[in-house]
Structure formats: structure tokens, C-alpha cells
Design a protein around this ligand. Structure first.
Ligand code: NDP
Length: 246
């Protein structure tokens, strides 16, 4: 399907995991792709090569999402390089978990900077470039809805914030034809949460389907929301979690 032909998409944290899978899926649907990354320059370059192998233009930009100026500059560079910006996927995230007493100011600040402030800053910057049909999609988490273990308070708080952002921005940007949504993945096989990790069996057992998702299964829903087929969905939280929150 070429539902995204002629569109330009920026995916934050597109060098690995769900972000990389999303970059490739959106490229397969016709979009030109910009990915940001923090450290993994080689992995980001590989994603760009794979985007080009699908016949699309690709660009990787090093930008720490915790630094608002860097993020805004990356958004502006994406729009300047490819002439427009239609889709923003706020995917980059950190997963700092632990008992309440172990959460120092550094962990709290980092989580809020990357998981909460960055999606708002990137959305602000991206909306300036978007017209009718624009799409802002943030990657939340199943634990925004159900935090089944101790130690998740900070991370769950940060992901729940995206729900409020999506609702507020949906109202603000709706009149311009821009939709804003959150995709909440369940346990997904990535470097951050490998399906063969020490707690994976327990975590998979909390889903209804009894298994981890592949990153491509999350990307498929992002593609739907990004396409014209998703045009009447806004301010919504879409769970792609194998029934984790059922
Ligand atoms: P990975 O750890 O596999 O990949 C994280 C990606 O984000 C990398 O591309 C990384 O870049 C990038 N990134 C991290 N911090 C920054 C930063 N400060 N600035 C720019 N880029 C950054 O994670 P996942 O693919 O598993 O997670 C992606 C999103 O999905 C996150 O928001 C996560 O919270 C969410 N999620 C994941 C679940 C899972 O089970 N995997 C479940 C629910 C939600 P680099 O390669 O340079 O480090």
C-alpha cells in the first residue's frame, strides 16, 4: 500500500526497536523518512539505507531529545531538507525504573525531559510545518494504564502525560486538520525489553495472547493512524498490547 506517498515523516529515536520498525513501515507505505538518534549513529545509518532500498529518501540526525534546541533544530532540518513535514512520531523514550527511594533528581529529570518535554517540544516545532492531514503520534506504554509491578511510578507517570498532551493538542490542532494520538504498546521485543530477557515469561503472561509483540506490529498501527484511513481518530489512546490491559 502506498497510503503515505508524498509524505515526510520524522521519527524520534528511529535507530532501533519500535522507532526503526516504524521508519521502515512508513517508508514501505511511501513516506520519506527522517530519524533522530542519540548515540547509535551506525544503526541510524543502516535504517536510512533500508529506507533508500525501499525507494524513499532518508536522513538521520543526531539529536538528544532531552535538549529542546537540538530537537527543534532536527524538526526544522527535516522540513527544510525534504520540503515539508506531515508526520511526527514521538518515539524516543527512556525506561528508568526502580523503588521510590532510589529515584534521584537525575532519573526524574531525565525521564521528564525525554519522555514528556520532548514530545511536546517536537510537536510544537512540527505543527509549525504541518498542514491539513498532519499527524502527531506519540508512543506511550501499556503501563500508563496498568502498572503491574512496583517500581514503575516514574515511567508510568511520564507515559500517562502523553495522554493529556494528545487530548489537549487534538483540540488545538483539530481545526487545522491535524490529528494527535497515542499508541500504547504492550511488551515488545526490543533492546529495551528483549523477549528472552529474565522477566520476559512473566511479562508475556500478563498479556491475553501470551507473547511479546514484534516491533513491526506496533508500527502497523502507527501507519494506520498516520494514513488517510486514520483521519477521524484524534485525541485517542490506542492500545496495541496483546490484551495486557484487558
Ligand atoms: P529501544 O531502547 O530499543 O530504542 C530506543 C530508541 O530511542 C533508540 O533509537 C534510541 O537512540 C532512542 N533514544 C533514547 N533516548 C533518546 C534521546 N534522549 N534522544 C534521542 N533518541 C533517544 O526502545 P524501544 O524501541 O523498546 O522503545 C521505543 C518507545 O516505545 C519508547 O518510548 C518506550 O518507552 C516505548 N515502549 C516500549 C515497550 C517495549 O516493551 N519495548 C513497551 C511500551 C512502550 P540510540 O539508538 O541512539 O540510543
Amino acid at each position: 500500500m502506498n497510503r503515505l506517498e508524498g509524505n515526510v515523516a520524522l521519527i524520534t529515536g528511529g535507530s532501533r526497536g519500535i522507532g526503526a520498525a516504524t521508519a521502515l513501515r512508513l517508508a514501505e507505505e511511501g513516506a520519506d523518512i527522517v530519524v533522530t538518534y542519540e548515540n547509535s549513529s551506525e544503526r541510524a545509518a543502516e535504517v536510512v539505507e533500508q529506507v533508500k532500498a525501499r525507494g524513499r529518501r532518508g536522513l538521520a540526525i543526531q539529536a538528544d531529545s532531552a535538549v529542546p534546541q537540538a530537537l527543534t533544530a532536527a524538526v526544522d532540518e527535516a522540513a527544510a531538507t525534504f520540503g515539508r513535514l506531515d508526520i511526527l512520531v514521538n518515539n524516543a523514550g527512556v525506561f528508568l525504573v526502580g523503588p521510590l527511594d532510589d529515584l534521584g533528581p537525575a532519573e526524574i529529570d531525565r525521564t521528564l525531559a525525554v519522555n514528556v518535554r520532548a514530545p511536546l517540544v517536537a510537536s510544537q516545532a512540527a505543527a509549525r510545518h504541518m498542514g491539513e492531514g498532519g499527524r502527531i503520534i506519540s508512543i506511550g506504554s501499556n503501563v500508563a494504564e496498568r502498572a503491574p509491578f512496583p517500581g514503575l511510578a516514574l515511567y508510568a507517570m511520564s507515559k500517562t502525560a502523553l495522554v493529556g498532551m494528545a487530548k489537549g493538542l487534538a483540540r488545538e490542532l483539530g481545526p487545522r486538520g491535524i490529528t494527535v494520538n497515542v499508541v500504547h504498546p504492550g511488551p515488545t521485543d526490543t533492546d529495551a525489553n528483549p523477549a528472552d530477557g529474565p522477566n520476559a515469561e512473566t511479562i508475556a503472561g500478563l498479556t491475553a495472547v501470551g507473547r511479546y509483540a514484534a516491533a513491526a506490529e506496533i508500527a502497523a498501527t502507527v501507519a494506520h493512524l498516520a494514513s488517510v484511513d486514520g483521519r477521524y481518530i484524534t485525541g485517542a489512546s490506542v492500545h496495541v498490547d496483546g490484551g495486557f490491559t484487558a
